[in-house]
Design a protein around this ligand. Structure first.
Ligand code: IPM
Ligand code: MG
Length: 372
């Protein structure tokens, strides 16, 4: 029996709707398997900026720090990019990722067979597709953005007659090595193949990335690996997705490729993620769990959001932070069951099928979990 503390940060837009369903599923797990989950709910993103003046307050941060895991919904965005004064919703995510050292972002892409018809690819291309991205999450182009660190600028420089902008893509060898090792460790438990994605024909950071992969690979004789340029990877993901097993890549490449890969499942609403560092909990590793989709303000509050990405994120939470593998697998199986039974939210709508709402989809998963 597990006694765990989970901080829930629902955030903005559809975030609260989808995390409510994920939480119901966790409650059902608690009841079925006799665990006790203490849940703290806090504001984040635009919601926190409106109510508390900052994207994430120190108090919320401390509550997260004292938890075993964070269940995150989505955050909204403000127009105009990241420059300019005032608090911005993304700051919450960047602070959580950086200060908790969440350097490995796992994004599994496992299109259920019943959804092959919903994908934007022809079903025959999806046969055997089952891959996981390990996206580097706490360095690269994304950092150097919150404040301008000397030698690592991210800014627009306006001088009379000449305006320029700079972002810095900086990786230390250690930052590359820890995420590459995480990918090889994951590959050991799967089919044993790593694809390292870079742009080594252009970028120095990618040349170093390759060197590190070569060195780390020496410690994993049972794992096969390859290097692939990011443009080729973008193409091969929708040409031969079944060729991939574990894909490891830097922060921005991973951000872009995972949105692309989500279409293998038919909807970005299907994809969960786990952000992990090195801090141990009683049952596993402290982490943050969120669907990869955004806050989708255009459909918020209309029962149109797909809660399965959030529910599958809760499954990852059970597995990685609480060490509850049996429970995680049961949640994933329940999701497969509702999909196989033909339940679809609006994003996966097929001709002749009436879509179910967000909460109804959540109820189907709870039902499938209770009565497998
Ligand atoms: C993601 C999101 C974030 C990112 C945004 C909200 C800053 O797109 O988690 O993939 O780019 O990392
Ligand atoms: Mg993204």
């Amino acid at each position: 029996m597990s006694n765990a503390t989970i901080t829930v940060l629902p955030g903005d837009g559809v975030g609260p709707e989808v995390t409510a369903q994920a939480l119901d599923v966790l409650r059902a797990v608690e009841e079925k398997y006799g665990h006790t989950f203490t849940v703290h709910r806090r504001r984040v993103g635009l919601d926190a900026i409106t109510a508390e003046g900052v994207a994430i307050s120190d108090r919320t941060f401390d509550i997260c720090a004292a938890s075993d895991a964070i269940l995150f919904g989505a955050i909204g965005s403000l127009p105009g990019g990241h420059t300019g004064g005032g608090p911005r919703p993304e700051q919450a995510l960047f602070r959580l990722r950086k200060e908790f050292g969440f350097f490995a972002n796992l994004r599994p892409v496992r299109p259920p067979e019943a959804l092959h018809g919903a994908s934007s690819l022809k079903p025959e291309y999806l046969k055997g597709a089952d891959l996981v991205f390990v996206r580097e999450l706490s360095a690269g182009l994304y950092y150097g953005r919150l404040e301008t660190v000397p030698g690592k600028p991210s800014e627009i420089r306006r001088t009379p007659g000449a305006t320029e902008a700079v972002d810095t893509l900086l990786y230390t060898e250690a930052e590359i090595e820890r995420v590459v090792r995480a990918a090889f460790d994951i590959a050991v438990g799967r089919t044993g193949k790593v694809t390292s994605v870079d742009k080594a024909n252009v970028l120095s950071s990618s040349v170093l990335w390759r060197e590190v992969v070569e060195r780390v690979a020496g410690d994993y004789p049972a794992v096969t690996y390859e290097h692939m340029l990011v443009d080729a990877c973008a193409m091969r993901l929708i040409r031969t997705p079944a060729d991939f097993d574990v894909i490891v890549t830097e922060n921005l490449f991973g951000d872009i490729l995972t949105d692309e890969a989500s279409m293998l499942t038919g909807s970005i609403g299907m994809l969960p993620s786990a952000s992990l560092g090195t801090r141990r909990t009683a049952g596993g590793t402290f982490g943050l769990y969120e669907p990869i989709h955004g806050s989708a303000p255009d459909i918020a509050g209309q029962e149109k959001a797909n809660p399965l990405g959030a529910i599958l994120s809760a499954a990852l939470l059970l597995r990685h932070s609480l060490g509850l593998e049996r429970e995680a697998a049961a949640v994933e199986k329940a999701v497969d069951t509702v999909i196989a039974d033909g339940h679809r939210t609006a994003d996966l709508e097929e001709p002749g099928r009436t879509p179910v709402g967000t909460a109804e989809m959540g109820r189907h998963v709870v039902e499938a979990l209770r009565h497998p």
